[in-house]
Ligand binder design. Structure first.
Ligand SMILES: Cc1ncc(C[n+]2csc(CCOP(=O)(O)OP(=O)(O)O)c2C)c(N)n1
Ligand SMILES: [Mg+2]
Length: 337
């Protein structure tokens, strides 16, 4: 396991507007609490299916996406709630999707691992490991051809860098100088497999050099470091300088999926990483810098809780998806409008 202390830098808020910082704080709390509510709803069998929590990894989604414009593109993974929250997908529609309701963001037909909202540039969560990487690469190519100035970001795990499609996509993106940012969320594990057991070179950012792509390792629990690194990558992409590979070092506090107990790892690991919780770290920095008081931050938590309870009530009272709801999407192009 990567030692968290190796990369930990303190949060430097210099030059960042309080609105941006508080917005990032709120998004991280939303992502964390959205999944905590889901966990409870699953536990009490109110909600069907499964889900993967990104507890402890929220700074990656929020830091990266805050450095983008609203019309930039994102592809996500099976662990994608935080990416969707950060991209501004409405909580109500996300929650309804989890309940398989017609009011869901995919009209109840996608669920946790297929969340997408084209109106927000959220091109989708992809359950097949690595499969969002070529989609973001294609979106970047489309932006380049259209001259739209948009960039595309692909989030993926440390497990995905050993899929062939990662290498195919990076090679093509480098050749054509596509405006794409590859964000590897190195949470130390692909299911029960550690990075040390699956990758000959554990510095995953170094893999960019095989394709002439700059790669950078970042403290992924430091939302400011993630934001700053992404800003540099976005600038490169918009200037026509091509792709960047960011490896965000973080840790998955919860099990791989819903009730997975992580027997393959020492419980002290998670305890160590909890000391570097990204939300706590931003909170401390905000208070120390005088950007916000504890009371103001507490009010954000209360507001988020209210919003989520409202989202649950909305989801519960919405109509269930029906078995033949999908048919118009196959037979009638107007259904996509
Ligand atoms: C191509 C493929 N192989 C295997 C799986 C089963 N699977 C789902 S998630 C996962 C681990 C992925 O690890 P990583 O990419 O590090 O993402 P993390 O779960 O850590 O966020 C595996 C093996 C899959 N969904 N797709
Ligand atoms: Mg992983």
């Amino acid at each position: 396991m990567s030692n968290p202390q190796r990369l930990i830098a303190s949060l430097d808020l210099t030059g960042l507007a309080p609105e941006l910082l508080l917005g990032m704080y709120r998004r991280m709390v939303e992502a964390r609490e959205f999944e905590e509510k889901l966990y409870y709803l699953f536990l009490t069998r109110i909600m069907p299916g499964t889900m993967h929590q990104a507890t402890g990894q929220e700074a990656v989604a929020v830091g990266v996406i805050n450095a983008l414009q609203p019309n930039d593109y994102v592809t996500s993974t099976h662990r994608g709630h935080a990416h969707s929250v950060a991209k501004g997908v409405p909580l109500k529609e996300m929650m309804a999707e989890m309940f398989a309701k017609r009011t869901g963001v995919c009209r109840g037909m996608g669920g946790s691992m297929h969340l997408c909202d084209f109106s927000k540039g959220m091109l989708g969560a992809f359950a097949i490991v690595g499969s969002g990487i070529p989609v973001a690469t294609g979106a970047a190519m489309s932006a380049l051809v259209r001259g739209s100035g948009q960039v595309a970001v692909s989030f993926f795990g440390d497990g995905a860098v050993n899929e062939g499609v990662f290498h195919e996509a990076l090679n093509m993106a480098a050749l054509w100088k596509l405006p794409v940012i590859y964000v590897c969320e190195n949470n130390q594990y692909a299911l029960s497999m550690t990075v040390e057991k699956s990758s000959a070179i554990t510095n995953l950012a170094a893999r960019g050099s095989a394709y002439g792509i700059p790669g950078e390792q970042i403290d992924g629990n430091n939302v400011i470091a993630v934001y700053n690194a992404t800003q540099r990558a976005v600038q490169r992409a918009r200037n026509g300088e091509g792709p960047t590979l960011l490896e965000c070092i973080t840790y998955r506090i919860r099990g791989h999926a819903r009730f997975e107990a992580s027997h393959y790892r020492d419980p002290s690991e998670a305890e160590t990483w909890k000391q570097y919780d990204p939300i706590t770290r931003l909170r401390q920095a905000l208070v120390e810098a005088g950007c916000a008081s504890d009371e103001q931050l507490e009010a954000i938590h209360i507001q988020v809780d209210e919003d989520l309870e409202e989202a649950i009530a909305f989801a519960e009272s919405s109509p269930n998806v029906q078995p033949d709801d999908f048919i118009p999407y196959i037979t009638d192009e107007r259904a996509y409008a």
